[in-house]
Design a protein around this ligand. Structure first.
Ligand SMILES: [Mg+2]
Length: 274
């Protein structure tokens, strides 16, 4: 019988190895970035994305973990003798555009599940790579920022709230009416450009909610963050207030609302126009 996998240790090693592996890429950001084609999630791949992904794969293989990788970059890859026993849903770098532009907001996201389903994720880690901060959650055991327990905001009032809203490449002519009421009723709207980390900001109570209604975000970006915010006391649903339950796949896309508490969540849901 195999020993249980020490995810705490392995994920910390992943974080350290990602940081080491991407160092050479960070030094050449001012140079034109080579075109490496499209990643499995549909974005152009950069050397830094692949360097981070390699760090994750190498770390797992070093620990002799069999896994099925579900990655924004390489798509679905199997490794080891029993890859169907462990699914690793990964966005090696979330916020690559920020990184390349020198904007200090980008992350790595790793989620672990026994089935390729979002609802089955039981371990999640998001690493704020610029600030060297690690957010983790184990299902049923709470959420942590650098090992210190975190809780989402209890503020129920949008007129006193900071709410993240992803409008990037939003087809606003078709859909702006969905979000106008939220913008009009919220004290401060923000978007920093790395959804995995922005969901952790909700978990940590730095913002009251994060909303993405574009139908474009991938499970690779949110799988870890959703567990972290829920373990911190937050709520995650679809825009029509249903549980988000989709397949973990690089091509799977969704819309969601993540909130710090039920009261503010219900207000946001009521303001979203179908
Ligand atoms: Mg990415």
């Amino acid at each position: 019988m195999k020993n249980p996998i020490d995810w705490q240790k392995i994920l910390l090693e992943c974080k350290n190895n990602i940081k080491t592996n991407i160092q050479p890429c960070l030094k050449t950001l001012k140079q034109p970035q080579p075109n490496l084609g499209m990643g499995a999630g549909g974005d152009a791949m950069k050397p830094v994305d692949l360097a981070a992904e390699k760090a994750i794969i190498d770390t797992l293989q070093h620990h002799d973990v069999s896994f099925t990788l579900i990655s924004e970059e390489s798509g679905i890859k199997k490794s080891g003798s029993t890859p169907e026993e462990c699914y690793l849903t990964v966005d090696p770098i979330d916020g690559t555009t920020n990184l390349i532009h020198g904007l200090p907001f980008y992350a790595s996201s790793i989620a672990v599940s026994r089935k390729p389903e979002l609802s089955d994720v039981y371990v999640g880690m998001v690493v704020d790579l610029f600030h060297d901060v690690i957010y983790t959650a184990f299902r049923g055991e709470g959420a942590y920022r650098d090992g210190v327990k975190i809780e989402s905001s209890k503020n129920a009032f949008l007129d006193d709230a900071v709410v993240g809203l992803d409008l990037n490449t939003f087809k606003y002519k078709d859909s702006i009416s969905k979000v106008t009421a939220i913008i009009e009723n919220t004290k401060h709207i923000r978007h920093f450009g790395a959804n995995a980390l922005e969901i952790c900001y909700v978990a940590n109570g730095l913002t009251e909610a994060f909303i993405d209604l574009r139908g474009k975000i991938r499970t690779t970006d949110v799988a870890a963050g959703f567990l972290i915010v829920k373990e911190a006391g937050g709520i995650v649903t679809t825009p029509d207030n249903q549980p988000v339950n989709v397949k973990l796949d690089p091509m799977q896309k969704l819309s969601f609302i993540a909130s710090g508490n039920m009261q503010i969540h219900q207000k946001i849901v009521s303001l979203v126009k179908p």
